[in-house]
Ligand binder design. Structure first.
Ligand SMILES: *Cc1c(COP(=O)(O)O)cnc(C)c1O
Length: 348
């Protein structure tokens, strides 16, 4: 069993967290004269620092007890907090499998932490034999795995995730931002077995609340307590907590996810008939990664016609990433790319 206390930066263990008065007097009918708030106004009170009601709503949906849930101002905040918790600047490292989500590297660099990039194979899977040597390097404190992966769209093989959980001696972060669009099960079921496992999810994608900035970390418990200790006391605003609770309590089974999965299939099938699209990678997410002849010209053509997509050529040569939209938007991009293909074929 991995000892979390041995992995944490020593000074983090000694920190006395900020004690907000609102932690103690929760929910009761008190005259609140403790926090120097203005007694007048609509947004005059500080938000719940431990987000109890929001955690309860998530707990019902995700079947994870509230004490195993940490909430961040987007999962991006949690990525930063994890790096700060475990990595000594200028000394420790993190590991990620590239191409992948850009924030791991950005957060690592901001904290003066080196990110080791282990390239994914041609089908964007992890080559486990190459990891043997990496895993002997005890300065690598966190291993980030994005599954389904952004920008490639595929899920990482479950046996490789389990291999890393069994073998790596540091914290294993599995970023499941797109899990609701995937046919694979969440790794949440391994929380009990592996205290070093942190599963990240978000309300930004399948739950349609990117504007509210709420991300979730699930863990056996010890890392949750440490994150609670170092987070900003009021990291999620009152308005955002209340909106998220209202939306989560209103939907029983996330209705837009089905539509997006259906549209992903329809968009893929229409675009695969287009001569300008050379290949569409298998997707378990809400976007399609497409290999094209000339990514920058497709990008510019769509932009000139009012549609923004993402050119991912810097990571994977001549690729663009298209997020699945509403049916009308998908029809628009299908038609525009048909027109683009007709001009491309006349020129060449
Ligand atoms: C979109 C995305 C997130 C979400 O980040 P938030 O800060 O919660 O909006 C996290 N991880 C990956 C891989 C993503 O693509």
């Amino acid at each position: 069993m991995i000892k979390i206390q041995k992995l944490v930066r020593p000074h983090m263990k000694r920190i006395t967290p900020y004690a907000s008065a609102r932690n103690i007097y929760k929910g009761g009918d008190f005259e609140l004269m403790d926090a120097n708030e203005n007694p007048f106004g609509m947004y005059n009170r500080y938000p719940d620092p431990t987000q109890d009601k929001l955690k309860a709503a998530l707990s019902r949906i995700k079947k994870v007890p509230p004490e195993k849930i940490f909430l961040g101002n987007g999962s991006d905040e949690i990525i930063d907090l994890l790096i700060r918790l475990f990595c000594e600047p200028g000394q420790d490292k993190v590991l990620a499998f590239t191409p992948t989500y850009g924030m791991y590297k950005v957060c690592a660099e901001i904290n003066n932490i080196k990110m080791i990039e282990e390239p994914l194979s041609s089908d964007f899977q992890i080559s486990t034999p190459a990891l043997h040597e990496r895993f002997n390097d005890t300065s690598i404190k966190i291993c980030f795995i994005c599954s389904p992966n952004n920008p490639t769209g595929n899920s990482i093989n479950g046996k490789d995730l389990k291999y890393i959980l069994r073998t790596f001696k540091g914290v294993v972060v599995i970023d499941e931002a797109y899990i609701d669009f995937s046919s694979k099960a969440s790794m949440i079921k391994y929380l009990q077995q592996y205290p070093q496992l942190v599963v990240l999810q978000t309300l930004s994608k399948a739950y349609g609340m990117a504007g509210l900035r709420i991300g979730m970390a699930y863990n056996h418990g010890e890392i949750i307590q440490l994150l609670n200790k170092i987070k900003a006391p009021y990291n999620i605003s009152d308005v955002n907590q209340k909106q998220a609770i209202a939306i989560l309590n209103a939907f029983k089974n996330n209705p837009s996810t089905k539509v997006i999965i259906r549209e992903r299939k329809r968009l893929k099938s229409a675009l695969s008939k287009n001569g300008s699209i050379k290949y569409i990678y298998p997707s378990e997410a809400n976007f399609l990664l497409c290999k094209v002849n000339d990514a920058s010209s497709i990008f510019q053509f769509l932009l000139d016609n009012g549609v923004v997509i993402r050119d991912r050529s810097n990571e994977i040569p001549n690729t663009v990433r298209i997020s699945v939209g509403k049916p009308e938007a998908n029809n628009k991009i299908i038609d525009l790319l048909k027109a683009y293909n007709e001009t491309e074929s006349t020129i060449s």
